[in-house]
Design a protein around this ligand. Structure first.
Ligand SMILES: [Zn+2]
Length: 147
């Protein structure tokens, strides 16, 4: 149990998959109880060790069946948002930069940029990312790259 507590403290008792709070006192056998795992996204970068992350037991179980999904918040009004997990994995492996979503207003794009960087700081804490907003064709394109 000491491992779980250490990981939980470090991750502020927040699930790295769904980004919601994990109750440290919940039974480890309950769906929303705490569990830890290490996922490839944290070790995709050559040479960096896998890192144990805190997750709800249920989220951890689901992850084995599907690729985990990091949801875009609906209020960000992103058009054609890219799947975050796959995009991050590609960037970790190949570098470069990718278009992650389009917006009709610059402030929406800026808000999404702030949200994404904050979310990724917990999703992939070993990696550093940068965003850029490019305007083109009357739209604002949010680009993501490794910093
Ligand atoms: Zn969760």
């Amino acid at each position: 149990m000491s491992d779980l507590n250490e990981v939980g403290e470090r991750d502020n008792w927040r699930c790295w998959l769904c980004d919601k709070d994990v109750d440290p006192d919940a039974s480890v056998n309950s769906d929303l109880g705490p569990s830890t795992d290490s996922y490839a996204v944290t070790k995709a970068k050559k040479g960096s060790p896998a890192v144990e992350r805190l997750a709800h037991r249920m989220c951890n179980t689901m992850k084995g069946k599907h690729t985990p999904v990091v949801a875009w918040p609906e209020d960000l009004l992103a058009a054609e948002p890219a799947p975050i997990v796959e995009t991050v994995e590609r960037l970790l492996q190949k570098g470069g930069r990718e278009l992650v979503a389009r917006f009709s207003s610059e402030s929406d794009a800026e808000n999404a940029s702030v949200w994404l960087l904050d979310r990724l700081s917990r999703f992939a804490p070993n990696a550093k990312f940068d965003t850029q907003v490019n305007s083109g064709g009357g739209q604002f394109l949010l680009m993501l790259r490794m910093a």
